[in-house]
Design a protein around this ligand. Structure first.
Ligand code: C2E
Ligand code: CA
Ligand code: CA
Length: 670
């Protein structure tokens, strides 16, 4: 234990001059490559030394004393044999565990010392023997000097050290031969000096080039590694949604394609799902974009917990997420999965001490029944999702054959709507809006009718949706509004007209300008016109919708909120818009005569409207008892089959606006 510091001190004291003599090689890879090259060359070198030694011993045994010719080189030869066997047996690269000293260097240093020893021994033989024997000594010194230089160059000894050590043994040789007048030997020695010098130079170049080659290989490897990292990052960016960290839309379709390709042989089922999150837009408006993004991030986190090797979940759109489900894809299992997803996503979101709730709809399409290519599967999942949103609110819908028929009908409607002569085929029916307190019609709602020469009469619920999807809606709105205002111009001035606008009309500033243009050109006072808009139309882009409504309102027209209660139903939020009247959806009216709970809901809506200084209209009133309940609840303006079904434009005056009708009707409901 006590020896430790002494040994270290010795090592450091040796290291200083050693460091000057031998420059360290910093790159282990270069050292390894050089070592590998060297390892195979060194045994030959020892072999040559041994052969030279044997030759010298044989040529000089006759002239020199045997201790010098035979016994002295014996340990040297034995050491060379041991080293040769050692180098022949070394395999692989074993780096020393400790950094103090480099065993490879030490082993090579040994080689250099042995070679130098040989040179000295050979020199000692020089005075003996004849001219030929002396030449042999010169050759022996040359061999030893070359071996020595070879080792030193490998060890990165300074060139001056290599030169001195390799050439030094020749100096006495040249000196002796000159002194003895053996000029031929001098010439041989000088030639050999030059050759030894040249060989040392060649070794240096060889190792330098090797090091250079390795360095450039290392650089290349580093660059390759960097490029691979970059490609990996690119791949990540191109395949991951930055906000939710789920796979993105592109990844979703790549996975879907890959799955379809794998399934083309066995056709075992899997499902493509789409889920849409509702309620983000209001968050954006109430609490800002950042809050909404945080909620979306949390949606992503919750969804990622539901993903597993059989369930891939990706972000397919702003508020839609795509699913690929393998394994259990029976309808009941998919519906169960939809319920589970909805349960997780509909739990409250608590972000920055604010609470948010979302609603979720899910649609699935199963391969191969619903489609054999990605696009079909996606479209059908989308259809199932729409169905879940509109028909079975909040439910999970799995695409089925009945939907297939609906899709076919939609494309049929689209096909004929695109070719329709709108001016000729579209017409407007009117339904009265009745004020029970004044016992009179206050307005008519315009309801679009399309009679296709090929398909016959198509209900507006069917063709308006198609027109919205295909952007034909603007053309439709224009034609319908002109016809509506044209018909209304024949009515008494106190009767207003209600016209339904689509979400698309509100989201396009150009469309609003056109609508205002039509109003101004109609000759009808704009204050007689009501524009009906639905909540969903407003919520999709409330800023733009707000601007559109303001522009309409500036003409003097009124704004009605249609189908209240079927959409997001946040009056506090909607009240920020310039609304005049709320139309309570007919689904709330249907049961008010029979059910106390339905009555309470309607009463609450009516009270809320009054508190917000909005008038209300009850839609879908079909019976006298409903009328009575509504009157008691404080809602006196109504619309429904009880007061009159929608009828053709030209019949309005005859049927509703003649005194006879009004008198008869006033008696009818009271
Ligand atoms: P809406 O605006 O809610 O129109 C009222 C719908 O309820 C009309 O159906 C009407 O016929 C029906 N209705 C009226 N009273 C009763 C009743 O007492 N009981 C029942 N069960 N139904 C009643 P319609 O004409 O089929 O229109 C359906 C929907 O199509 C409308 O709903 C509206 O959203 C849309 N629509 C109609 N015309 C147009 C239009 O010109 N432009 C746009 N963008 N949409 C329109
Ligand atoms: Ca309406
Ligand atoms: Ca309505």
């Amino acid at each position: 234990m006590k020896k430790q510091p002494d040994a270290e001190a010795v090592i450091t004291s040796i290291r200083a001059p050693y460091r000057w003599l031998i420059r360290p090689e910093r790159a282990p890879l270069i050292e390894k490559a050089k070592y590998d090259a060297f390892r195979t060359e060194l045994p030959f070198l020892y072999g040559i030394l041994i052969a030279i030694a044997c030759g010298l011993a044989l040529t000089h045994v006759r002239y020199a004393p045997s201790w010098l010719a035979i016994y002295l080189p014996l340990p040297l030869g034995a050491a060379c044999v041991v080293r040769m066997v050692y180098w022949l047996r070394t395999t692989g690269w074993r780096r020393p565990a400790t950094s103090s000293g480099n065993p490879v260097r030490i082993r090579l240093g040994l080689g250099a010392v042995l070679a130098f020893g040989f040179a000295c021994w050979a020199l000692a033989l020089y005075p003996y023997g004849d001219a030929l024997a002396k030449s042999n000594v010169a050759v022996g010194v040359f061999g030893a000097a070359v071996g020595c230089a070879f080792c030193l160059v490998y060890m990165r000894a300074r060139p001056v050290v290599v030169t001195i050590v390799a050439l030094a043994p020749f100096a006495p040789l040249i000196l002796f031969s000159l002194l003895n007048g053996e000029y031929a030997s001098t010439a041989i020695a000088i030639d050999l000096v030059l050759m030894a010098g040249a060989l040392a130079f060649v070794f240096r170049g060889y190792y330098a080039r090797l090091a250079q080659l390795i360095r450039s290989q290392q650089r290349l490897a580093r660059r390759r590694e960097w490029a691979a990292r970059l490609a990996e990052e690119n791949f990540r960016l191109a395949n991951v949604d930055a906000l939710t960290l789920l796979p993105n839309r592109q990844r979703f379709f790549l996975d879907l394609d890959a799955l379809l390709q794998a399934r083309s042989g066995d056709r075992s089922a899997f499902a493509v799902g789409l889920l849409e999150v509702d309620g983000l837009k209001p968050l954006d408006h109430l609490f800002g974009r950042e809050f909404r993004d945080h909620v979306l991030k949390e949606v992503g986190r919750r969804l990622s917990l539901l993903a597993n090797p059989d369930v891939i979940i990706a972000r397919a759109g702003d508020r839609t997420f795509g699913l690929i489900v393998r394994g259990n894809v029976m309808d009941s299992q998919l519906r169960q999965m939809g319920t589970m997803i909805r349960f997780h996503l509909e739990q409250p979101y608590n972000v920055s001490e604010k609470l948010a709730r979302l609603s979720v709809s899910v649609g699935f399409a199963v391969y191969p029944e619903a489609g054999a290519i990605a696009q079909h599967l996606y479209e059908r999942a989308e259809f199932a999702l729409q169905h879940a949103k509109t028909v079975r609110r909040g439910d999970t819908v799995v695409f089925e054959q009945g939907h297939e028929k609906a899709i076919r009908r939609e494309s049929e409607i689209e096909h004929h709507l695109r070719r329709a002569d709108l001016e000729k085929e579209l017409s407007v029916h009117f339904q009265p809006i009745f004020d029970v307190s004044s016992k009179g019609i206050v307005a008519f709602e315009a309801l679009a009718r399309w009679k296709s020469p090929v398909l016959g009469v198509i209900p507006p619920t069917d063709f308006v949706a198609v027109a919205e999807r295909t952007h034909l809606i603007h053309a439709l709105t224009g034609v319908l509004l002109r016809k509506t205002l044209d018909a209304a111009s024949a009515w008494p001035a106190q009767i207003r007209v209600s016209f339904n606008l689509s979400a698309r009309d509100l989201s396009s500033p150009g469309a609003i300008d056109t609508i205002i243009g039509i109003v101004l050109a109609s000759g009808i006072a704009a204050h007689r016109i009501n524009f009906e808009v639905t909540e969903t139309a407003l919520i999709n882009d409330i800023d733009r919708a707000g601007e559109a409504l303001l522009a309409l309102k500036r003409t003097g027209a009124h704004i009605y909120l249609d189908d209240f209660g079927t959409g997001y139903s946040n009056l506090n939020y909607i009240h920020r818009l310039p609304l005049d009247v709320v139309k309570i959806d007919r689904s709330f009216i249907a049961d008010i005569a029979e059910q106390e709970s339905a009555r309470i809901v309607v009463q609450t809506i009516v009270d809320l409207c009054h508190r917000l200084s909005l008038d209300c209209i009850a839609e879908g009133v079909e019976t006298a008892s409903q009328v009575n309940v509504l009157v008691r609840a404080g809602c006196s303006v109504m619309q429904g089959y009880f007061f009159g079904r929608p009828i053709g434009g030209s019949d309005v005056v005859d049927s509703f606006l003649s005194n006879g009708f009004l008198n008869e009707f006033s008696g009818h409901h009271s």
